[in-house]
Design a binder for this molecule. Structure first.
Ligand code: NAD
Ligand code: IPM
Ligand code: MN
Length: 359
């Protein structure tokens, strides 16, 4: 029988490095506490494994994930002992590129006004999503180094934008807008494409043309454009104006750390790496945070809310709702780690969520 059609949905769990190894166990406990019909399988991919046996992704690793699992839950990759970051590139970018998970869906939500550094901003004012192109752009590794280490050294990093890649993420944005409501139940209605087409005219020209074409197919949705530098300013000046934002790989990376700031910091931000119909991967937006790793300080809520996003994707809607409600209550009761104003540790915050889900 196809393992993906088993009675229990199969989830691959890859905690990775640093605080990934602390926050993912909390997310796993939360999933288990909901009673969702899932089977979780651990994978040891990450810096420790790489340093032990030089394996980043085992042979057939991605094929196994795609064939045998319904979803993948990932922590973070990055370890000071691996200076080249080769394992992160091969595992994380490998999953995104080789499994063709072209839509990096990064919802931006404020759970409590106390978490937002902006004055007068309420949860209803921060409810947008960034859809980041996830398989090309400046991340393809096209380019190279010539005369390395000499005074004449040349480094090039190509920004690859394909018609297919640009079109499918822009279309995904319009479909997302059409299919999703805001948290208050009102319809979404705006797609904003952000680029730097005033300076990067070749790539920007393609994005502009495709956006114009695809937006014409969705007359009920307002199509907007903003240069990415101006977008950064607007995001901190007035986040209320945003609804669905679509952008390239690198700009999407940068603006979602900025957007995490609106939510209370990187410890709160969630993401899904999605290709409709394929095994998709879910990860908190934050990295491995080496300075706080192993100290029971990391905020597990980004990982726990990411688990909820994954469960929702797998159609465990009630379980996802319950996890989100538990995290909201923890934030309200300040049963949180220090980064968002509480005083408990990673494990204690996770245990509070489990207690809430079990009651
Ligand atoms: P980072 O996200 O690890 O940390 C940035 C800042 O946010 C630090 O001050 C950190 O302490 C804080 N922070 C992050 N997550 C937190 C949490 N859950 N709770 C409390 N505070 C949190 O980014 P960085 O420092 O730029 O990168 C560290 C390593 O992680 C690097 O190797 C980088 O390449 C890697 N990284 C990996 C991913 C990923 O695997 N998805 C994402 C980003 C960075
Ligand atoms: C992220 C990270 C990654 C990215 C790094 C670790 C390559 O910052 O997932 O946001 O740039 O995509
Ligand atoms: Mn990032």
């Amino acid at each position: 029988m196809d393992p993906k059609n088993a009675a229990r949905k199969r989830i691959a769990v890859i905690p990775g490095d640093g605080i990934g190894k602390e926050v993912i166990p909390q997310a796993v406990k939360a999933i288990q506490a909901t009673g969702a019909a899932v089977e979780l399988t651990d994978f040891d991919w990450g810096a420790d494994r790489y340093l032990r046996d030089q394996t980043t992704v085992p042979p057939d690793g991605f094929a196994t994930l795609a064939r045998d699992f319904n979803a993948i839950l990932v922590g973070a990759f990055g370890d000071p002992r691996v200076k080249t970051n080769i394992h992160a590139k091969e595992i994380l970018l490998g999953m995104r590129f080789k499994m063709d998970l072209y839509a990096n869906v990064r919802p931006v939500r404020l759970l409590d006004a106390a978490l937002c550094p902006l004055k007068g901003v309420e949860p209803k004012d921060v409810d947008f999503v960034v859809l980041r192109e996830n398989t090309e752009g400046a991340y393809t590794d096209a380019g190279g180094v010539f005369k390395q280490g000499t005074a004449d050294e040349i480094a090039t990093q190509e920004d690859i934008n394909t018609r297919k890649g640009v079109e499918r993420i822009i279309r995904y944005a319009f479909e997302y807008c059409r299919m999703h409501t805001k948290l208050d139940g009102s319809p979404r209605g705006k797609v904003l494409m952000s680029d730097k087409s005033n300076a990067m005219t070749h790539a920007g020209g393609l994005w502009q043309r495709v956006f114009k074409e695809v937006s014409a197919e969705y007359p009920a949705i307002t199509a907007q454009h903003m240069y990415v530098d101006a977008l950064c300013m607007q995001m901190v000046r007035d986040p209320r104006q945003f609804d669905v934002i679509v952008t390239n790989n690198m700009f999407g990376d940068i603006i979602t750390d900025l957007a995490a700031g609106l939510q209370g910091g990187l410890g709160m931000a969630v993401s899904g790496n999605i290709h409709p119909g394929k095994t998709s991967m879910f990860e908190p937006v934050h990295g491995s945070a080496p300075p706080i790793a192993g100290k029971n300080e990391a905020n597990p809520f980004g990982a726990i809310l990411t688990a909820a996003m994954m469960l929702r994707h797998l159609e465990f809607t009630q379980e996802a709702d319950r996890i989100e409600a538990a995290v909201l209550e923890a934030v309200r009761q300040k049963k949180t780690t220090r980064d968002i104003g509480g005083s408990v540790g990673t494990r204690e915050a996770g245990e509070w969520i489990v207690g809430r889900l079990s009651s």
